[in-house]
Design a protein around this ligand. Structure first.
Ligand SMILES: [Zn+2]
Length: 147
């Protein structure tokens, strides 16, 4: 089986990343993501993470991941295409209290961030959360007879 090069962790200081308005993007084979490689059989993902500061002075990461991957059908194990389209804004929180406060704001999600954050990990977390629990062909439409 073809084995692609694994993505190296992208460790950043999330606070500086947002304050400086930095961004990171990559276009990678799903096989290059350590955890996604187990879930998806093939596909390419385009990922973009942008740091920003809003009017209230809150720091946030804007995450965009898109692409098409293939997931195995849970019934017949034949791969089926799945469209990944994730767009999230994650506010940085220093502690649990701050996280609760930010999470309570409408349409906002927060993550507790330390000194460093691995962007590859973050992207993987969000994509994994967005994947359906069990991908399946429609009833009676599995291409394998007798399943
Ligand atoms: Zn199937």
């Amino acid at each position: 089986m073809f084995k692609s090069v694994m993505l190296q962790p992208i460790e950043v200081d999330p606070w500086r990343f947002c304050r400086d308005g930095q961004s990171w993007e990559t276009r990678s084979d799903v096989a290059a993501f350590p955890r996604l490689a187990h879930e998806c059989t093939q596909g390419t993902l385009f990922c973009r993470v942008v740091g920003r500061v809003d009017q209230r002075g809150s720091l946030s990461l804007q995450l965009m991941v898109s692409g098409e991957v293939e997931l195995p059908c849970h019934r017949c194990l034949v791969s089926m295409p799945y469209k990944v389209d994730v767009e999230r804004t994650l506010y940085l929180a220093r502690n649990e209290a701050e996280m609760e406060r930010l999470d309570a704001l409408p349409g906002s999600d927060a993550i507790q961030a330390g000194e460093t954050l691995n962007l590859v990990d973050l992207v993987e977390d969000e994509v994994l959360l967005s994947l359906p629990l069990a991908t399946m062909h429609a009833e009676g439409e599995c291409p394998v007879p007798g399943v």
